[in-house]
Design a binder for this molecule. Structure first.
Ligand SMILES: C[S@@+](CC[C@H](N)C(=O)[O-])C[C@H]1O[C@@H](n2cnc3c(N)ncnc32)[C@H](O)[C@@H]1O
Length: 261
């Protein structure tokens, strides 16, 4: 009897540890499928200046206009400030930008604040009334599907009413029905951060590969190994990176691909 209780105690401890440290445990056993790279491999804008042996500073060209959103704002589905800085820097050298998934418009605004005055940003998203006809495939992650509903709540965005708004075109449309034919090889930067179900990530990525121009950059958000809501993003990127040179940017959940010129 004593041994039985001991066994139950050990098993419940294991279950407790697994539930609380699921992500860390999965990371330990996860065989890296894609290569990680330093941010300065993406573009020379990220080159640093050596101040001395222990400190490197960014060059002036990597100083961007940015902002932070406080937790009280309760904004869902955002990039971290470091990821937003990376996207802001690449926006400085991009004229035509496309984003799958606007949400609050945090990243869209940072793109608009940092791109040149004659640049154009198209951002595709679902509004509150567009989620009604959204379908889920059997293979799609249910948590990611639920997140799409929770994130498709905005009709106005952080950039609404700003000077930068006139650079931005918001398209309220399901990306599965979005026709990319008019935009072939049109964009210098494409940010994929729409629905995180397998069918949507696959759809958005396949369209992005057609829409990116030579030397253009595609970035994916939320490559988070072990995080339930990112499961399909990780699965798709691992699969597609068997045939495409996709790398993960260190210390971020961003993956990047460059269309070689
Ligand atoms: C994670 S949020 C985007 C966050 C935003 N990129 C940012 O950095 O602040 C996901 C967005 O994708 C949109 N979305 C999800 N599925 C979509 C689909 N099939 N077509 C178009 N937009 C979609 C949602 O409406 C939501 O606005």
């Amino acid at each position: 009897m004593k041994n039985f209780f001991l066994l139950i105690l050990i098993i419940s401890n294991f279950i407790f540890i697994f539930i609380h440290f699921k992500k860390k445990i999965k990371n330990i056993f996860y065989k890296k499928k894609i290569i990680e790279t330093d941010v300065n491999e993406i573009h020379n804008i990220f080159e640093t200046v050596k101040i001395d042996e222990i400190i490197q500073a960014p060059k002036k060209k990597a100083i961007i206009k940015t902002f932070s959103i406080s937790a009280e704002n309760k904004i869902v589905g955002m990039t971290s400030d470091y990821e937003a800085w990376i996207i802001g820097c690449i926006s400085k050298v991009s004229k035509n930008i496309f984003e799958f998934g606007t949400c609050s418009g945090k990243t869209t605004y940072i793109m608009a604040l940092n791109s040149s005055i004659d640049s154009k940003i198209i951002t595709l998203t679902l509004g509150p009334s567009d989620v009604e006809d959204l379908r889920i495939d059997n293979a799609d992650n249910k948590v990611s599907y639920r997140n799409i509903i929770n994130e498709s709540i905005y009709k106005k965005f952080l950039f609404s009413g700003s000077e930068e708004e006139n650079k931005i075109e918001v398209i309220f449309k399901n990306s599965l029905k979005f026709d990319e034919k008019n935009y072939e090889k049109a964009f210098d930067l494409i940010f994929i951060d729409g629905g995180h179900t397998y069918s949507i990530v696959k759809n958005d990525s396949e369209k992005a590969f057609k829409m990116i121009r030579k030397n253009g950059i595609i970035l994916w958000h939320d490559y988070n190994v072990g995080k339930t809501s990112s499961k399909d993003v990780v699965k798709y990127i691992n699969k597609v990176s068997e045939n495409r040179k996709i790398k993960k940017i260190k210390n971020t959940s961003l993956c990047f691909y460059k269309e070689e010129g």
